[in-house]
Ligand binder design. Structure first.
Ligand SMILES: *Cc1c(COP(=O)(O)O)cnc(C)c1O
Length: 232
């Protein structure tokens, strides 16, 4: 058995245990495999182990990988910071974007997404830990932005995404995820009909599932430690 196959199996089992502990159906928690910095061959291996949804942070790296994996029916999610001059390639090549945090980016994605394609699914990234350096819309500003972007054509607002600051243990990890759940419920009380909470990574996905995550974005637990050497 390869490392990616056994890591994927272990990750799926851990997700199932967390869902069970939270009295949730495991079918409501989707695994996004974050393949940034890993080669197309690693994605192919994960696909052979049954994984079809992959997350990427860096546009050019993602486009190169898509090109070498054209023969596979993969679903690509863009999860990195978005520069406005990169929106066209994102709108043309991805099924989902998790990291929209301003109106201008949503408007550009809407204008650049072909009406021939299915609507581009997207989440608003929320700066839930309130750190200046992190991207994401401030919690107080989410409702207003959500109401604006929910109407844009060729896009479909599915929910919210967050990358909380690292925390020491599961109790502490749950706090920002619980705030996310509250914001999510508030938006749905406004009638937005959202179905996605994209939260939880290799170190904190169990806590995120406890608080209602519907997509967990997991990289290193599946593919191993990342080496950023060539990318930066
Ligand atoms: C890299 C990354 C992940 C995966 O992180 P791991 O700790 O390797 O699981 C998830 N989400 C985002 C936005 C990332 O940039």
């Amino acid at each position: 058995m390869t490392a990616i196959l056994s890591n994927l199996q272990a990750t799926r089992e851990a997700i199932a245990r967390a869902a069970q502990a939270a009295h949730r159906s495991v079918a409501d928690v989707h695994l996004l495999a974050v393949s940034k910095t890993f080669p197309a061959a690693a994605v192919r291996e994960a696909y052979q182990a049954g994984q079809t949804a992959f997350g990427e942070n860096y546009l050019q790296e993602a486009l190169d990988k898509m090109e070498s994996l054209r023969d596979l029916p993969l679903e690509w999610h863009f999860i990195g910071p978005i520069q406005s001059n990169k929106t066209r390639a994102i709108a043309e090549n991805f099924a989902w974007v998790h990291s929209v945090d301003r109106l201008k980016v949503a408007e550009r994605l809407s204008a650049q997404r072909s009406p021939q394609l299915p609507p581009l699914n997207f989440c608003l990234q929320v700066n839930v830990s309130g750190e200046d350096s992190k991207s994401g819309v401030e919690p107080e500003a989410v409702s207003e932005l959500a109401m604006q972007v929910a109407k844009l054509p060729n896009l479909k607002l599915r929910g919210l995404m967050a990358i909380p600051a690292p925390a020491a243990d599961e109790v502490e990890q749950r706090l920002p995820f619980s705030r996310m759940r509250a914001i999510f419920e508030k938006l749905n009380s406004l009638g937005l009909g959202l179905d996605t909470l994209s939260m939880g990574m290799s170190q904190d996905f169990a806590a995120a599932i406890q608080e209602g995550a519907t997509i967990v974005r997991i990289g290193s637990a599946i593919f191993g430690a990342r080496d950023y050497g060539e990318l930066q």
